[in-house]
Structures are given as C-alpha cells and as structure tokens.
Design a binder for this molecule. Sequence first.
Ligand SMILES: [Zn+2]
Length: 380
Amino acid sequence: MLKRINFILLASALVYGATFNNNINSNVNSDVYSNVNNNYNNVNDNLNTNADSNISTGYTPRISEEQLATAQRAPVYTSCINPGQVAFTFDDGPNPATTSKVLDFLKANNIIGTFFITAQNKERIDSDQINLVNHQPSFDIVKRIVQEGHYIGSHTFYHEDLFLGLENGRMEMNIDTMTDKIYDIIGTKPIFFRPPLGNGGYYFDDEDPINAPKNERVQKYLGASGFKIIMWGADTRDWENKENVEADVMELSKHMDPTKASPTKDSFIILMHDIYDTTADLALPRVYEYVTELGYKVVSLTECLGLTSAYQDNIEPEIINSMEPDDTITNTTIIKSDNDTLQNDIYSSSSSATSTKTFYIEVKLIYSIISLILISFLLF
Ligand SMILES: [Zn+2]
C-alpha cells in the first residue's frame, strides 16, 4: 500500500516537474514585446505556408473577396481642390522626441498638419521610438497630435511594401490592424491613408500593365475600408537630405518653381517625415518659408480636399481621461498599457497574460517543492 502511494506521488511529481519546465521555457520568451513578435512571426509563417489561399492563412481580411469584387477604388489625391493651397503631411512617426518639436512649430504658426503613423516600423524594430505596441510616450504623442487639432492617417502597421503582401494576406493585415490600432487610441477610424513607399497609390494602368492589377487590388481594398489615398504633389526628400535643407527646397522647386507652377492655378500636398531632428529643426521652417514666399496658403488636409472630417462616419477623436498615462506603470521596458489592447486576434495573447502566468508558475513551484518534501518523507 505504502509503495503504491509512493509510486503515485513520484509519478505526480515527475508530471509536475515536466509541465513546470515547459512553463518556465515559455515564460522566458513571454515578455510583451517578444511575445507580440512571436505572434507576428507565427502569422508570417502561417501566411507563407498558406500563400495560395487567404482563407486559411490565420488572418481573415476585413473585406471579403466577394466585397472586393464589387468595391470602388479609393480615390487618390496629390493636390488640393482649390488653387493656392498647400497641405503639410508627415510620415513614419510618431517619434516622441521629434514629433513634439514639429507640433511646437505647427502650433506657433497656426498650421494644421496630417500625420501618417505606423505602429511598428520593421526597419526600426530595435528602436524604442516609433512603437505603438507598448511604448507609452508614443501613445501620448498621438494623443497630443489629436488634442492640438491635427489629423491622424494610417501608414500601415508594419510599414511594409503592400505589393509584397498581396499574395499572402499581409496587405490586408497591415491595413486592418493599423485601423484597429488607431481606433484603440483615439476612438475613431481615419479617412486618410498613405501607402509605404507609395506602392498602391499610383494609377499606372496604361504605362505599367504589370503593376496595374496590384494597384487596383490595393485601391479596392482601401476603398472598401473607407479610405482615401493621400499621395503627394511635391516631395522634400527630407529623409535623405537631412540638414541640407536647400536640397529639400530644390526638390520642391521641381514642381513648385514659379516657372512650373503658380498659386493662381496649382496646389500641393507636401511630404515630410516628422521622425528626424533635421526635419523638425531645419526643414519644416525652411519649407514653410519657401511655400509662403511663393504665395501659397498652408491649409489643413480636410480644407485642401473639401472634407468636413478626417475620420470615417464623421466621428471625431475622443479626448478621454482613460487615455492618460497609467500611474501604475513603473517598469519602462515592459509596459502593459490599457491603450495597448489590440483588437486583432493575431495579438490576443500578447500582454495581459504575462503577469498571470508568472503568478501561476510561482504557485506551481511551491507546489512542486512541497510534493518533493512529502515524497522524501514517505520514501525514507
Ligand atoms: Zn513611410
């Protein structure tokens, strides 16, 4: 009888030991950030292995193939509806350190800008900045953008070339998850969308028959998702020119020089990037000076396009207290924010389970130790 009890207890202890080790291994990898990446990689694997069919990828696009078949292409804009207008747009943020300086300049000069934001730029994945997954200052700067009257547009979740995601569902995933992310932060969905690298924003149907169907698919997906595609009529290439702001002006002058354009008949959507110190400190003031001297008036993108709102269904962003930084957050490297509740099921297991899991493992550890002491007592 005693031997039988010993055997049962020994077997139980071994089983507990085994499950305990598994949990320890998973816990090591389950900080918020890496868990999100793991989930992302899993999705990536799923998508790659199921490249033939979007239905079995693990990600279900918001817009079905049936809806897509009859969808209208999203309209594409590079200029305003009235001559003499210029709209400032900023891509690739938010970057708390530099976006804040851009906001200071816009406020001082009474300008309403539009910020095309990403959640987790794959090219900047090591940076703590430009991170709307678990970085509180990034959330806060998005809130400030909205609070100061500027507009938020989508620049996709991972800043990926949408053409590369056409076969495996990543085009749809990048669009849908960023819409959800923006909705989570400001309580409304944007109308404005800018494709990374511009792919999906062109009409090449005649000159480029290879890319024409790609553009058409992206544009139909965006159209069915309630977006307007905002391209640009004049670029600064500020990301390349950096402190050489006269090179930015040279770029603009390719389209805006008085020999080529006039405020009496032309208008421009201008592209900059709010993630660089050089853009915030040097390029933006110089570009503002340049366009003003040419006689253009800087207007908001809604005024530029004759819209009543920058958000779908005219639902304006909410400035609510629950979006304020959470006082309970003390650890700056692993932050679980209330704002970081991703609706998409790709990330459903990302963050909230971590602390519960750690507690569960601690209980198991204590239980295993007690079991071992009990076994020792019974055996010897
Ligand atoms: Zn970009």
